[in-house]
Unconditional design. Sequence first.
Length: 274
Amino acid sequence: MQKTQKNTQTIITTVKNSTISAYDRGLNYGDGFFTTAKVVNGQVEHWSHHKARLIECAARLGFPLVDIAELEAHIAKSIAEHTLCVLKIVITRGEGGRGYGLPQTCNVTVLLSVLEYPQNYSRLANEGISLNISPIKLAAQPLLAGLKTLSRLEQVLIKKALQTQPCDDVLVLDYNNNVIEASAANIIAIKQNKLFTPSLNECGIKGVYLQSLCDKLAVDFKCVSIADLLEADAVFICNSLMGVVPINRLEQRSFDIVHSQLLLNKLLAKEAKC
């Protein structure tokens, strides 16, 4: 008979006030998920999408749903006095279980971190970002595709390889050489006044900023090759912290970031009039 998990307790705490158990499943197996948000004047930007991400991750990974109202109260207290910072929310299945097997009772742990906002993001937004192709490729796993789980060793290796590459960030492919994302951001591009982005059905993360952009514009999710990006009129990366940032160079192809921004602004303005 299959054992049913019961949510007996949810512990919500700030990192500076917490002690993580050596038996926590997030630490041992990456059994959890997270989201990282920009905070401006004590408010979490795109909170509705961050909240939706947490709810989707919990459902797809079989977690009990965290009390969102209680979580929001803790967040409000943690960020109330911050004008600009980063909020990271990490949720694990807590302690328990023999090996990989799930515990019969699930004591969910929620960790809140308030971190400094990266100082270089303003410069990158003004100057644009250069991309080379990462030598590290992403494996396909449809069951986890799109989710921001704690299992991010691929990204760790991507960032490690990036340290030796002459670029600001990298373009990450899957093993079929389809474009998926940057090291920690989604890829979007414009061709003939139409916006497109790589399909994330097999791997990759659907970011909060990309989701918010889809609320405003028609975005075509499709298989994207390197050639598609090299032939695009403009290419950008985007995530919830930096927003949307133009690419000034992809491998040997250069882009005029002023022109790129004009193309995106034109699409946004057109949609605003509709």
